[in-house]
Structures are given as C-alpha cells and as structure tokens.
Design a protein around this ligand. Structure first.
Ligand code: ZN
Length: 140
C-alpha cells in the first residue's frame, strides 16, 4: 500500500518535471536559444514593391542583406525594410500574424517605421500608410 503511494507520488513528480522543465524543448529550438523577442509600439507601416518605382533603378530587386529579393522570397520569406538602428537586419518582424525578414533598408525608412514588400505597386498604394501599429521583433 505504502509502496503504491510512493510510486504514485514519484510518477506525479516526474510528469510535473517533464511539463515544467524549462530546458525540455532545448533540442527543438536550438536556433532560438539566444533569440530576443520584443513588442514595439507606435510604428508606422508602409509598403513597397520590387520595381524601380519604389527602389530607384539602381536598387530594384535588391535588398540590403544581399542575394536579391527573389532569393529570399524563394526561401519562403516575406521581406520588409527597416531602419537598422532600430531593428537589426535579418531580424524577424511579425506584423498582423505574418512574419517578415528584415532584409532591406530605405532612404525613407527611418526610426519607428517598417516598409513591407508587396508583389505589385498597385498593392502598395492600396496598403497606404498605417500609423500607431504594434510589431514584434525577434532578433538574434
Ligand atoms: Zn513600386
């Protein structure tokens, strides 16, 4: 009888340790071990397209971190431009449930402002300017 109680208590402790042990997911999330997650408020969000209209002829299709827009899009990333003084390049920016790789910069993207890459210029016009937005930044 006493043995049964001891075994039951032992099992409960083991289960609690498995559930609450903070290191339990270390193996899966190894790349996120040093990630920093920040919620940032009062951001301005605008959009741009890959064309010369939004980048100038010289920078059309290019991004600040190199390899070109196409490469990162093919890797499955959405792209946004940031002010690297505010958001480090290559961070992940989460805005309205969608994540964007902070791959680009822009002469007009300064301070608390992100510029999201959309497929067409028409879509950027429709997107307009959104003020007082909240974003989440995951940086490494
Ligand atoms: Zn454009």
């Amino acid at each position: 009888m006493l043995v049964n109680i001891i075994i039951t208590i032992f099992l409960i402790i083991v289960i609690l340790l498995i559930i609450f042990c903070p290191g339990a997911n270390d193996g899966e999330d190894a790349s996120f071990t040093h990630a920093k997650k920040e919620v940032l408020k009062n951001f301005k969000v605008t959009a741009y397209c890959p064309g010369a209209c939004c980048n100038g002829k010289r920078y059309a299709g290019r991004v600040a971190i190199g390899r070109g827009m196409e490469y990162w899009l093919k890797q499955g990333y959405n792209i946004c431009a940031v002010d690297p003084k505010v958001i480090p390049l290559k961070s992940l920016v989460i805005y309205k449930g969608k994540s964007y790789l902070a791959a680009d910069t822009g002469s007009k993207v300064k301070g608390k402002h992100i510029d999201i890459l959309l497929e067409t210029h028409k879509k950027t016009v429709k997107f307009g300017v959104k003020k007082n937005q909240t974003i989440t930044v995951i940086s490494y």
